[in-house]
Design a protein around this ligand. Structure first.
Ligand code: ZN
Length: 273
């Protein structure tokens, strides 16, 4: 399987950030700040649009984006003035950020040639640095409510993987965060009923399991927790980590979480207004 962005949890954080603060990073109207989907294409080397003479001269769209991010940071603003400086200043940036592994890779290979995983880690850190140093982002973060910043996932399947969605115009990009290493990654632009059904089919391939995954059902006792949905009791030590919570304040068993995920997908993408 080829390398893809959705294998790395840092990519989810990047999508979230772009969704909330993307328009604030660069206010001059240049299209140098990509949507999550476009960034994925850039990172995975999918050509989008025709390269113009200008863009060839000024580096790839990805390099331009990195340049934009660097040029918004107060520490680098004075020095990083040209796209050709990007590699040099990324080396300095990773060093000041204590990213010693990425620093060594960048120094020896340059951004375009390092593994996808490290590119994603660096972009995440560059975005987080905007929260400290980019005035537009700082201003909008002050007015953003906690709820806006903390994107709710769509839900979780029985294997424990989270599904996040990021609105892109009239579509949604749904990315699965891999918690269970045996699971297949997923990144899907949901734009019509067909793609919504593909998402549902992907989720439903994880079959609810009786004893192993869902915990042993037991009598109600001090060492048992009751599922807030199916009201069955489960041994505490078999309960997965803390439940993600939507409007429910109770713990849901994995089977019920998957059922809720399926309902959420149906409600978001298949219910007519
Ligand atoms: Zn349940």
């Amino acid at each position: 399987m080829s390398d893809c962005c959705e294998k790395y949890p840092d990519f989810i954080a990047i999508c979230s950030f772009l969704n909330v603060f993307g328009p604030q990073i660069e206010k001059t109207g240049e299209d140098s700040v990509p949507s999550p989907c476009t960034l994925k294409n850039w990172l995975e080397g999918v050509e989008t649009g025709r390269p113009t003479r200008k863009s060839v001269n000024r580096g790839s769209p990805l390099t331009k984006f990195i340049f934009t991010l660097l040029s918004k940071l107060t520490i680098e603003r004075e020095k990083c003035k040209d796209v050709s400086d990007v590699d040099r200043f990324l080396v300095a940036f990773t060093l000041t950020q204590g990213m010693t592994y990425q620093y060594a890779l960048l120094r020896d290979w340059g951004f375009e040639n390092i593994p996808l995983k490290e590119k994603i880690a660096i972009i995440r850190r560059l975005l987080e640095a905007q929260l400290d140093q980019n005035k537009n982002v700082i201003d909008s973060a002050m007015f953003a409510k906690g709820f806006d910043i903390r994107h709710e996932p769509l839900g979780r399947d029985v294997a424990g993987n989270f599904y996040w969605h990021f609105v892109e115009g009239r579509h949604s990009l749904v990315v699965k965060e891999l918690i269970n290493p045996k699971s297949e990654p997923l990144c899907l632009v949901v734009k019509n009923e067909e793609t919504a059904q593909m998402l549902l089919a992907h989720i439903k391939q994880y079959k609810p399991q009786k004893s192993e995954k869902n915990g042993e059902k037991v009598r109600k006792s001090k060492t048992a927790t009751t599922c807030g949905r199916c009201r069955q009791n489960f041994k505490n030590e078999q309960i997965l980590d803390e439940a993600i919570r939507f409007d429910n304040t109770e713990w849901f068993c994995p089977n019920c979480e998957q059922q809720k995920l399926i309902e959420n997908v149906t409600e978001f993408f298949l219910t007519e207004e």
